[in-house]
Write a protein that binds this ligand. Structure first.
Ligand code: MG
Length: 382
């Protein structure tokens, strides 16, 4: 906790909108520390270790998984939160929870599941993260989910369609009214962006899917590359690239902190309400940095996420996820018993589809591959 250094618009235990099921205040921790601890102890958090970010988990031990990604996001978010006088515990809780609802196989899995669920309310990973912490975790005697504070739940729900926002009551309101989330949520969102852009450069280079030559056309990379290469002419390639990526992250975090300070000074908010009703988020990059980030993002989309080797993995992921979905929808007796119980409790087909989606979304990459093999591999019959 960054105690005395908290800005007037930072989240505080005393001003929290509380938990869905009232609980006595924690004795040794802040409310947001308790949120963070509950997230770290959840089953969904542990499964992040075996979920893909870009590269399928088992292709190499050096690549990011959703777990290491989430830890990197939390690190970046906490540093900036402290520098900006925001609530570090809340920022950390949001960062660690932000990807809990991700399907196996990264975005490919989510796109496929969304397509499978199109007649049953669709599938959004942000909403699923909220569903995990609100309903799906079964760990407490008195309630479903983790019973997190309103502020952590708000931060987890980064995007939301208007239809879903209407169902979510006060948590969905801001999407309908065009209001901003609290500053800690704004920050965690940008820390996510900083983390994945930079580690995808790092992982992409290591995997040999993108090259230094290509990246030298990208401002954010090129500036740091030239600086490091000029200052240490004999440096090894490995050190050079780490030094470049490290400096890229540092330049983005520094820009974020400075620009946010300037935006806050200009808006002169009195409290969090002023941050929420500001016409644009007060936590953000400078225009120049936002442009450079966009350039890097476009590059990664074109050269990394659409690389044929990545596409082969995503095509395979698509086939696995849709086959699992169709198979379980056709015959729910193929589901494990606890999911069969849940399906029996759902009367409408949309409710049954949601149970299947929950089951698939909760799978790790290797569990999904295992289920596919158990259901389709003829060798398993012998
Ligand atoms: Mg993320």
């Amino acid at each position: 906790m960054n105690g005395g250094g908290l800005a007037p618009w930072a989240a505080r235990d005393e001003t929290s909108r509380g938990r869905r099921h009232p609980e006595p205040p924690p004795r040794l921790r802040s409310e947001y520390q308790r949120d963070r601890d509950r997230i770290v102890h959840s089953g969904a958090f542990r499964r992040l270790e075996y979920k893909t970010q870009v590269f399928v988990n088992h292709v190499g031990d050096m690549f990011r998984t959703r777990l290491t990604h989430s830890i990197e996001v939390a690190q970046i978010a906490r540093s900036a939160a402290r520098a900006l006088g925001l609530n570090e515990d809340l920022t950390e809780a949001i960062a660690l929870a932000h990807d809990l609802g991700h399907t196996p196989f990264g975005h490919a899995g989510q796109d496929t599941l969304n397509r499978c669920m199109k007649d049953y309310g669709g599938f959004e990973h942000n909403l699923q993260s909220l569903r995990v912490v609100d309903e799906l975790e079964e760990r407490y005697a008195d309630f479903d989910g983790l019973n997190l504070t309103w502020e952590t739940r708000e931060g987890i729900l980064k995007h939301c369609s208007p239809a879903n926002a209407r169902r979510l009551g006060d948590l969905g309101e801001r999407f309908l009214q065009g209001r901003q989330p609290g500053p800690e949520a704004q920050l965690a969102n940008l820390a996510d962006e900083i983390a994945y852009n930079n580690h995808d450069v790092d992982d992409g280079l290591r995997a040999g899917l993108i090259t230094v030559e290509q990246l030298c056309d990208i401002d954010l990379f090129a500036v740091q590359y030239r600086r490091v290469a000029d200052a240490w002419p004999g440096i090894s390639r490995r050190r050079l690239l780490h030094e470049v990526v490290r400096r890229m992250i540092d330049s983005q975090v520094s820009d974020l902190v400075e620009s946010s300070r300037a935006a806050i000074a200009a808006a002169a908010p009195h409290g969090v309400e002023d941050v929420r009703t500001a016409p644009a988020p007060l936590i953000g990059f400078s225009e120049a940095m936002a442009k450079r980030n966009l350039e890097l993002k476009r590059f990664l989309r074109e050269h990394l996420y659409r690389h044929y080797r990545v596409r082969r993995m995503t095509a395979k992921a698509d086939r696995i996820v849709s086959a699992l979905f169709e198979t379980f929808m056709d015959d729910e007796l193929l589901l494990p018993p606890d999911y069969q119980d849940k399906i029996r409790g759902a009367r409408e087909i949309a409710g049954r589809a949601r149970v299947v989606a929950d089951y698939i979304a909760g799978m790790t990459d290797r569990y999904a591959i295992g289920e596919y093999e158990r259901l389709f591999d003829p060798a398993g019959l012998t």
